[in-house]
Design a protein around this ligand. Structure first.
Ligand code: OKV
Ligand code: MN
Length: 241
């Protein structure tokens, strides 16, 4: 009787060990859960559901097998796979959720989100996000031939890597004010997110008492999940195999 949360797996053909680790996690851990929530950045990049990469089919088949065995799977977009659409979600048998969702799990209200919207001090990133989140621009991008999209995306990733090297770690973390404001807006005592790659469970003060923020780790060298049961919220790191 547990619900599992993961984020920032950053699947790509360049990292077969991460793919193997994630497939192993689906079979060995997620298969026994009440539900699986993927809180964004399942993929390192996403340029349209029509991308014929074999990796996508492999992941869709594995997630679909999970859903068929009765484990519902939910997905919130990350900043990397924000273009992941209904067609791929259907192939995975997973439900797309809006960017923030207040769950009630085992009587505990928990707010879930990817986490990039909390990084309000990174003004350059927030500006970039507003730009690529425009519907008309996404439509235009998706209408381009796949080859052009691959080339544009590759260039955008190279530019971004250069920009992030120059940014301070504080700017790239969540803003404490944004965290408090978001929890108070939902009157929630728990929040689970990823994005920052700083796995931890923080306790903080909000209006009306204390609150907790569980941050998922990225799957760089091991897996990371949050496991919620009636009695506990645990952050768990585990090897790929
Ligand atoms: C994902 C990030 C690349 C960060 C492009 C419109 C536009 C979508 C896109 C192309 C890039 C996603 C979809 C990728 C995340 C980067 C670089 C930085 C900080 C357009 C809509 F503008 F070209 F018209 N893209 N890809 N970055 O390679 O997956 O998150 S991506
Ligand atoms: Mn992210």
């Amino acid at each position: 009787m547990a619900t599992l949360f993961v984020a920032d797996i950053h699947l790509s053909v360049q990292e077969p060990a991460i793919t193997a680790g994630f497939l192993h996690f689906l079979r060995r851990q997620a298969a026994h859960a009440d539900a699986l929530y993927i809180l964004g950045d399942l993929f390192e990049a996403w340029i349209g559901d029509d991308d014929p990469a074999p990796l996508h089919d492999e992941i869709a088949a594995a997630l679909n097998a999970l859903a068929q065995r009765g484990v519902p799977c939910f997905f919130i977009h990350g900043n990397r796979d924000f273009l992941l659409g209904k067609d791929f979600a259907r192939a995975c048998g997973m439900t797309l959720l809006p960017e923030e969702r207040l769950l009630t799990l085992y009587d505990r209200p928990i707010l879930i989100l990817h986490g990039d919207t909390l990084c309000t001090d990174d003004l350059a990133y927030q500006r970039y996000r507003r730009r690529v989140n425009q519907r008309w621009l996404q439509r235009l991008f998706l209408a381009l031939p796949l080859k052009w999209r691959l080339r544009i995306a590759g260039r955008m990733r190279a530019d971004s890597q250069r920009a992030n090297g120059a940014k301070s770690q504080t700017i790239m973390d969540v803003s404490p004010q944004a965290v408090v404001a978001t929890l108070e807006r939902y009157q929630a005592q728990w929040m689970i997110h990823g994005h920052t790659h700083r796995p931890a469970i923080h306790t903080l003060d909000i209006r009306g008492g204390s609150a907790h923020r569980a941050v998922l780790g990225a799957w760089h060298h091991q897996g990371s999940m949050v496991r919620v049961t009636r009695d506990s919220v645990e952050l768990i790191e585990f090897p790929y195999n």
